[in-house]
Design a protein around this ligand. Structure first.
Ligand code: HSE
Length: 404
């Protein structure tokens, strides 16, 4: 029997307990031993819940129990999660986490501690919910140089954008639904402002390129400014708006990463990734494109990824699964140098076609959707050029990057 402890009995923690109960038999066969939850840690009580028998409020009971071989951290946030996880590793326990904030900030250090002690620090559930993406990057795509990762990495915002677009539901109601379904972060601005996607692309980029990509360096825009009008234009253009997280490596000195809403058409591989689903495509220099798709958030899909890591850790007690993520910082190229095309809306009474052409050169006009607005698509220009051109526009109403 392998004893584990679960830190946090929220959405994911209760999902972990449920998955281990529902699929206990098949999990035992795959792990080669019974996985027994010896403790659940939470500051709250759960009267009437069977976990009350194993609930503890003091983490030291877990950290000081040599019978606990694997600690599952599903509390979220940096502290106290970081302190508990580090201490657990230092005391000889492998750690599984779904905590993207923790992994993005301290992943390299925690992997090193695990490596030095022949333990494991696994975090499949930190990106893409139930989708296997960390393990494929570490263990399957090892023959390739990864040159691009582009993904819809946040289930909440994808759910909101889908509901706004397909069902005409307003932003606030769609967000409330996402919260009720257990998709959103405790503070949903992390989803809406793009910070959650930012941390996830930082993790994937660090693994893909083997160096520390600091999430603070990644240019990040969320979906808060996307309006019904933008969605109407997208429909008129046979397009959808998705929150993309992208990182591209042109060569060792030229890596960029960004998070921003992007308009895409049906020929884009991520066009049909709707609702809470996430989709990630990875481009390798020999394999070409590979795609990963599945539920990006939610109790059971995320718990599935956590428990799969528990099984892996159980199969590798006292043997580190090698992961390359050096703490050496990878300097990203300035966003100003990145090229994009933009869909732009301006006030018609303040701009003529000639004014716009004088600023952008050849533009592609977009049929009128809203009276008194002029909408167009720019040529491929750098973000720096776009910034400078925006300042020259009178009555700018909005702009969104496009990939078509
Ligand atoms: N709030 C996150 C999302 C949860 O919506 O994707 C999964 O990381």
């Amino acid at each position: 029997m392998i004893n584990i402890a679960v830190l946090g009995y929220g959405t994911i923690g209760s999902g972990v307990v449920e998955v281990l109960k529902t699929n206990g038999d098949s999990i035992r066969k795959r792990a080669g031993d019974t996985i027994n939850i010896k403790y659940v840690l939470d500051i709250r009580d759960f009267p009437g819940d069977p976990i009350m028998d194993i609930l503890v409020h003091d983490v030291n009971i877990i950290l000081n129990d040599p019978e606990v071989k694997i600690v599952v951290e599903v509390m979220g946030g940096i502290e106290p999660a970081y302190t508990y996880v580090k201490e657990a590793l230092l005391k000889g326990k492998s750690v599984i986490t779904s905590n993207k904030e923790l992994v993005a900030k301290h992943g390299a250090e925690l992997l090193d501690i695990a490596k030095e002690r022949a333990l494991n620090f696994l975090f499949e559930a930190s990106v893409g919910g139930g989708i296997p993406i960390i393990r494929p990057l570490n263990q399957s795509l090892t023959a390739d140089e990864i040159v691009e990762i582009t993904g819809i990495l946040n289930g909440t915002t994808n759910y909101i954008l889908t509901k706004m677009s397909e069902e005409g539901i307003g932003f606030a109601k769609a967000l409330k639904n996402a919260q009720d379904l257990g998709y959103a972060e405790r503070d949903p601005s992390a989803d809406v402002e793009g910070y959650d996607s930012c941390r996830k692309i930082a993790i994937l980029s660090s693994l893909a390129y083997g160096m520390q990509v600091d999430f603070e360096d990644i240019y990040t825009e969320g979906i808060a400014d996307i309006t019904d009008i933008d969605i109407s234009y997208a429909k008129a253009l046979n397009a959808r708006i998705k929150l993309f997280a992208t990182s591209v490596k042109e060569n060792d000195d030229n890596v960029f990463a960004m998070v921003a809403p992007i308009m895409i058409r049906a020929n884009h591989p991520l066009y049909s990734v709707n609702d809470v689903f996430n989709g990630i495509y990875v481009r390798g220099n020999v394999i070409g494109d590979v795609m990963f798709y599945g539920s990006g958030a939610g109790k059971l899909p995320t718990a599935s990824a956590v428990v799969a890591d528990v099984v892996d850790a159980a199969k590798h007690l006292s043997k580190n699964i090698w992961t390359i993520w050096s703490s050496k910082k990878l300097e990203l190229v300035s966003i100003d140098k990145v090229k994009n095309r933009f869909f732009v809306r301006v006030a018609k009474d303040k701009n003529s076609n000639e004014d716009i052409k004088a600023i952008f050169g050849e533009i592609e006009e977009v049929p009128e959707v809203v009276k008194n607005e002029l909408a167009f698509i720019t040529p491929l220009i750098t973000e720096g050029e776009m910034q400078e051109k925006k300042e020259r526009i009178n009555g700018l109403l909005g702009s969104i990057r496009i990939r078509f």
